[in-house]
Design a protein around this ligand. Structure first.
Ligand code: KE4
Length: 424
């Protein structure tokens, strides 16, 4: 069976032939690949073609595919039960590990996806403050919760409009969408709506418009204004938790949010999300408090044990200096290859997450990210895929490295990228 045959079959059974839209390669063109298996930093499609993987399942696999320690932990748990629907000791262990790594997180609730984490954190913020407005930033993605699938209204500090059919405008109107890194817009919004703002939710290092870093003072301004108006600050660290450092972006920038949303790395590849924060706020969550949230598979032992094995490996080996090294090696190599061909580009990177933009502009928000030459990105993506290098099938995503990528893998990837760029 070829990729194409299987994809045709998939399209008969699942919308767009995928379980998540970006996997259909619509943004980059060409035929999506169907994965047969993966190991370490490599992945094979059903036709037996091998790729060096820089997608890494959109971030969870900081140890690479099927790390022996994670596999062993899951194999042992398999025979003890997959799900109990009651509390198990692994939840306590993983909660303790998360709390020990992120001082602003004193208590945590497990869910099964990043979307559930952000959706629940926003409900908690609204219930805790008794307020209704949510502030988010253009280009940030926090999952497919109605209240967050909202586009910027006309002009700054105006109420949002539905970002997709199916979201009523009454719901979209409860969200205000601002330009990322724009402190002035933030101040204007708080002046206008301050007393009715329940929370501000932000990717402290953005990954969903491509990698975009907070400008000096942006996160600090968020913290100051939310405190001033008694709104909650929610850091969506679904990508950055345990990715950019052990303590996440909040450790890197020394800004303590009121609530943190987590996912991806904490599950090590198993479905897992979490939200957490100060005890005084988290104690409002049912059944201790009145704000309801629940989940059949929340805290299931398989996801817990995968997260425990992953975080244990990270805590014991502290791979961040190594990840910094190989990410620098890869980005320097890519930049050299593109410059040698006279291709204008920008690379934004924090640790082992980065994005190659095809623009000469500094990329510091969604509007500057959109100056990237999307047609060239599509050609770049398809040429890399052909040479056996898999990167995210969208300009507005982050590439990810893992401890499974050796320096030799990076050199091999650069050879393939060089051949690919020559062919464009
Ligand atoms: P999930 O519901 O997809 O587990 O998490 C939603 C989410 C929340 N917050 C951030 C910062 C995220 O990046 C995500 C999900 N990320 C996307 C791509 N970056 C997942 C890929 C997809 O949607 O298929």
């Amino acid at each position: 069976m070829t990729n194409r045959d299987l994809f045709e079959k998939a399209k008969e059974l699942m919308p767009g032939g995928v379980s998540s839209p970006v996997r259909a390669f619509k943004a980059v063109g060409g035929e999506p690949i169907i994965v047969s298996h993966a190991q370490g930093c490599r992945l094979w499609d059903v036709e037996g073609k091998e790729y060096i993987d820089f997608l890494m399942s959109w971030g969870p696999l900081i140890l690479g595919h099927s790390h022996p320690r994670v596999v062993k932990a899951l194999e042992e748990q398999l025979r003890k039960g997959l799900s109990y629907g009651l509390t198990n000791a692994h939840e306590i262990t993983l909660a303790q590990m998360i709390v020990s790594a992120m001082p602003s997180v004193e208590m945590v609730r497990f869910v099964s996806s990043g979307t559930e984490a952000t959706m629940s954190a926003i409900r908690l913020a609204r219930g805790y403050t008794g307020r209704k407005y949510v502030v988010k930033f253009e280009g940030c993605y926090h999952g497919h919760y109605d209240g967050l699938l909202v586009s910027a209204g006309s002009g700054v500090a105006t109420l949002g409009i539905p970002g997709t059919p199916g979201v009523p405008e009454e719901i979209a109107n409860l969200t205000i969408v601002l330009p990322y890194n724009d402190v002035q817009a933030l101040e204007e919004t708080f002046k206008k709506y301050g007393e009715s703002i329940a929370c501000v939710i932000v990717e402290p290092i953005a990954g969903n418009m491509g990698t975009v870093l907070p400008k000096d003072g942006f996160l600090q301004a968020l913290r100051k204004l939310t405190k001033e108006y008694s709104a909650l600050l929610i850091f969506d660290e679904v990508i950055t938790n345990f990715r950019v450092s052990k303590g996440g972006a909040q450790e890197m920038y020394s800004v303590d949010p009121d609530l943190t949303c987590m996912g991806k790395v904490i599950g090590g590849g198993m479905p897992l999300g979490a939200y957490g924060g100060k005890k005084e706020i988290m104690k409002k969550v049912a059944p201790e408090g009145p704000i309801y949230q629940a989940g059949t598979l929340s805290g299931n032992p398989m996801a817990m044990i995968s997260g425990i094995a992953t975080l244990s490996e990270l805590f014991e080996t502290n791979p961040y200096p190594y990840l910094e090294q190989i990410s620098q090696q890869l980005c320097d190599g890519i930049s050299q290859i593109l410059s040698d061909k006279g291709i204008t580009h920008r690379i934004n990177r924090v640790g082992s997450m980065f994005t190659v933009f095809f623009t000469e502009k500094e990329v510091f928000d969604y509007s500057t990210a959109k100056t990237s030459n999307l047609e060239l990105f599509g050609k770049f993506f398809r040429a890399l895929l052909k040479e056996g290098v898999l990167i995210p099938p969208s300009q507005f995503e982050a590439w990810f490295l893992s401890t499974a990528h050796t320096k030799e893998d990076i050199d091999e990837a650069l050879n393939r990228i060089d051949r690919a760029v020559r062919s464009i």
